[in-house]
Design a protein around this ligand. Structure first.
Ligand code: PRP
Ligand code: ZN
Length: 302
């Protein structure tokens, strides 16, 4: 049996090349996965864990998870929502399970119009032609707003549709806004806020697979918590202990230790489950804290 035929291994679908690729592979690496790329560059075989990564077009990720070709997938909510509406229209209401949002791939699906065009709100869409690669999301938006407009489906390069005379308005993904600016388009409405997410097949899996899926999900949880967490150490006057503890962002029970030869001061160590900003350190200093150190957290498990 070759490795890719082995049904006991977990397969994760990830975008092959695009805005989510590096972040997705980095997330899996931080979960402890080491892999070698197959010769076709389409599969990364896990070396140390029974987990393989399939590199595919982002639009294909939801379908691969629904059809149980892959157990898990990482893809943007924009694609997840478009495919979900598509499957629902075909009678499949639970094609995959949304496990959790991830902490990358933030962008938005927006309506944009030529710079010189007037815009007074969503009502202006009535009777217009809207070019998009997200026909289901746009149709859903129009239905929710009780509007009648024509949806013109484009598979790519939506931003040139108005110039080609194929549409009046576009609905496309915006991240930096660079593409819109370069094409003299103006963002007017947000249709969907998007972020990368983890999805899972709703089909039952073997006990061995289920265990690895759970472990991976827990590691992903840990990786995300860690990236938002800091370890803080500082000295504080005993008298200011309560005030200083209150200022520590997102920390539960700090460790308080005596300082050798000092009865008036203690050392405080705490895990902060939020980022510690300069402003927080300045507030802590004003409350009497000194010798403050903020360290990154490497791993975390609860
Ligand atoms: C999106 C979108 C724009 C661009 C916008 O395409 O279609 O072309 O990104 O980004 P910007 O605001 O930073 O300029 P994407 O690269 O995601 O490709 P895909 O939708 O075809 O997968
Ligand atoms: Zn795509």
């Amino acid at each position: 049996m070759t490795r890719d035929e082995d049904r006991s291994r977990i397969k994760i679908a990830v975008q092959k090349s695009g805005r989510l690729t590096d972040h997705s592979l980095d997330l899996l690496a931080r979960c402890g996965l080491k892999y070698t790329k197959g010769r076709d560059q389409l599969i990364c075989y896990g070396e140390n864990l029974p987990i393989d990564v399939l590199l595919v077009r982002d639009d294909d990720v939801p379908g691969l998870v629904r059809d149980d070709v892959c157990d898990l997938g990482i893809v943007g909510m924009n694609v997840i929502e478009e495919r979900r509406l598509d499957f629902a229209a075909a009678g499949d209401d639970a094609p995959f399970t949304h496990v959790r949002d991830l902490d990358f791939g933030h962008c938005r699906l927006c309506l944009a119009v030529p710079e010189q065009m007037d815009w007074n709100g969503a009502g202006d869409l009535a009777g217009r032609r809207i070019a998009t690669s997200y026909p289901h999301i746009v149709a859903d938006y129009l239905a929710r707003h009780g509007l009648d407009a024509e949806v013109v489906e484009f598979s790519g390069a939506v931003e040139i549709a108005p110039r080609l005379g194929k549409a009046d308005v576009i609905c496309d993904l915006v991240s930096t806004g660079g593409t819109l600016r370069a094409n003299h388009l103006r963002e007017v409405e947000t249709v969907l806020e998007s972020v990368a997410a983890l999805i899972q097949t709703p089909k039952p899996v073997s006990a061995a697979k289920a265990e690895w899926i759970e472990r991976l999900k827990q590691r992903i949880e840990g990786v995300i918590q860690v990236s938002e967490s800091k370890y803080i150490m500082l000295h504080a006057p005993r008298s200011a202990l309560a005030a200083i503890t209150r200022l520590l962002p997102g920390s539960e029970a700090p460790t308080v230790m005596p300082l050798e030869g000092r009865d008036d001061k203690v050392a405080i160590h705490a895990v902060c489950r939020e980022n510690v900003f300069w402003e927080t350190l300045e507030d802590l200093k004003r409350a009497g804290a000194s010798s403050m150190l903020v360290l990154p957290v490497e791993k975390m498990m609860y």
